[in-house]
Design a protein around this ligand. Structure first.
Ligand code: GUN
Length: 282
């Protein structure tokens, strides 16, 4: 039976460290604020945004929520982003994605000030991650790195396979593993013999968005298996990209869904918001 990595516990530790720093800053009269913008009424986005607000409260940040109707125009959303860019109380700006179809995610992100882009989605921040010189962590990949670290596994020299090449997870994940000197392979829908490639991995990160796609025959005995997926199974139950029941005997370490990567993404967002606050008050 694999060791189950407790994302909630690791996330709680990270948030506690942030809370203590925030307390010290408050004693010096410094307050940190995160603005969260949500457009429309996608139920999953509403849950994510609520969790981000709760995390802000737990660590002691001020959170400013802007819930805009689905019909919001591009001009209106840009005007809000501009206002937040120029508001000194706001250290971080997060626009929850996906936006309704008539709004261009990329264009909106490009208009967030890079020093307030706590998602690290702005091309300036993405470029900095590429060259390994960055202040803002890509939240989900950085959360994955913390979970790997929590197992005591050294990344250097290990075979690391990432399934998925999204801009939000797959690509920055590969960079972070590379920065830690892993030997990294990014796989995707055109990869030949995916099973064979994955089964070479000492560290396997699944971020494809296909329910329970990774079965025991994809993994190496004793591997660290990190599941970024957030899907619904045939019964409508939340599940990852990894078939947990099938893999839990063979893996060395494995993350559950929920309770694995999810809580870490939010903890890393809090870390970025603290970083932004420190930059703005330095
Ligand atoms: N939608 C799903 N994940 C994320 C995230 O990490 N940040 C933002 N802004 N939107 C998301």
């Amino acid at each position: 039976m694999a060791n189950i990595i407790d994302g909630k516990a690791v996330s709680a530790q990270v948030k506690e460290g942030i809370r203590q720093e925030v307390e010290k800053l408050k004693a010096k009269g410094i307050e940190i604020g995160l603005a969260v913008v949500i457009v429309g009424d996608d139920p999953a986005s509403q849950v994510y945004v609520r969790n981000k607000e709760k995390a802000c409260e737990a660590v002691g940040f001020n959170s400013y929520k802007y819930a805009l109707p689905a019909e919001t125009t591009e001009e209106e959303l840009l005007a809000l982003v501009d206002k937040l860019n120029n508001d000194d109380k706001v250290d971080g700006i997060l626009v929850q994605l996906p936006l309704p179809k008539h709004l261009d995610d990329k264009m909106i992100i490009n208009n967030i000030r890079p020093d307030k882009d706590v998602d690290a989605f702005h091309p300036v921040n993405v470029g900095k991650i590429m060259i390994g010189d960055y202040s803002f962590l890509p939240c989900t990949p950085a959360g994955v790195m913390e979970l790997i670290k929590s197992t005591g596994t050294e990344v250097a020299g290990k075979e690391c396979v990432v399934i998925g090449r999204s801009n939000i997870v797959g690509k920055p994940q590969a960079m972070l593993l590379l920065h830690e000197n892993g030997t990294v392979t990014i796989t995707h829908s055109k990869t030949k013999d995916l099973k064979e490639v994955c089964s070479r991995a000492d560290i396997l990160v699944a971020a494809v968005g296909r329910a329970k796609m990774v079965t025991a025959d994809y993994i190496k005995e004793g591997a660290v298996v990190i599941d970024v997926g957030m899907n619904r199974d045939e019964e409508g139950k939340l599940c990852g990209d990894v078939d947990f029941e099938d893999c839990k005997e063979k893996a060395g370490y494995i993350t559950p869904v929920p309770g694995g990567v999810g809580p870490m993404t939010i903890a890393m967002l809090m870390k970025n918001t603290l970083t932004a606050g420190l930059i703005h008050n330095s």
